[in-house]
Design a protein around this ligand. Sequence first.
Ligand code: ZN
Length: 197
Amino acid sequence: MGIRHILKIDNLAEKEILKTKSVRVKQFDPGLQALVQDMLDTMREQGGVGLAAVQIGVLRRVLVIETPPIEEEQEDGTTVEVEPSKAYVMVNPEITEAGTDRFAMTEGCLSLPGWYGDVPRADWVSFKYQDQWGKLHRIKHADAHGYLVGRIVQHEIDHLDGILFTERIEDLSTLQDRRQKAKPRRVGLLRRRTAET
Ligand code: ZN
């Protein structure tokens, strides 16, 4: 178990790995179980909703997703949780069918920290995957109108094919750099950085 380093696009060697297509998993062995646990730990520690193995430098077709809980606003303005957060482990995931309508939502990525943009994706997908023990699962018509599994799985499968969300953005005016805002000011004052030339 452990927290692993997440590869970032602004490091050339790491970018090369992120742009590489991952290979199918054939062995459902203790090494895979350990990889999955590290991925879950790393995703949760970073507060992400999904992580592909390539993002920790492992070029195998494995991803984890943890959907945020779904809340519904009540008439009095308060919110009630209508569906809890759910975790998925997917090995060799494949989209088997996709809606022809597309729906754009703002996406971000742990490998491009601070960057956000509107990404159009299929408004639903059907897909299949194996769990970490090799058992086959199928999910039909998963909705992608929201940060739901039907949407996140499209972003994560793209990672397995070496595709980053910025390559899916059609309206580049939606691409935002929030890196400065995300950085705590205190850190900038205490630790003057000199390597940013
Ligand atoms: Zn990502």
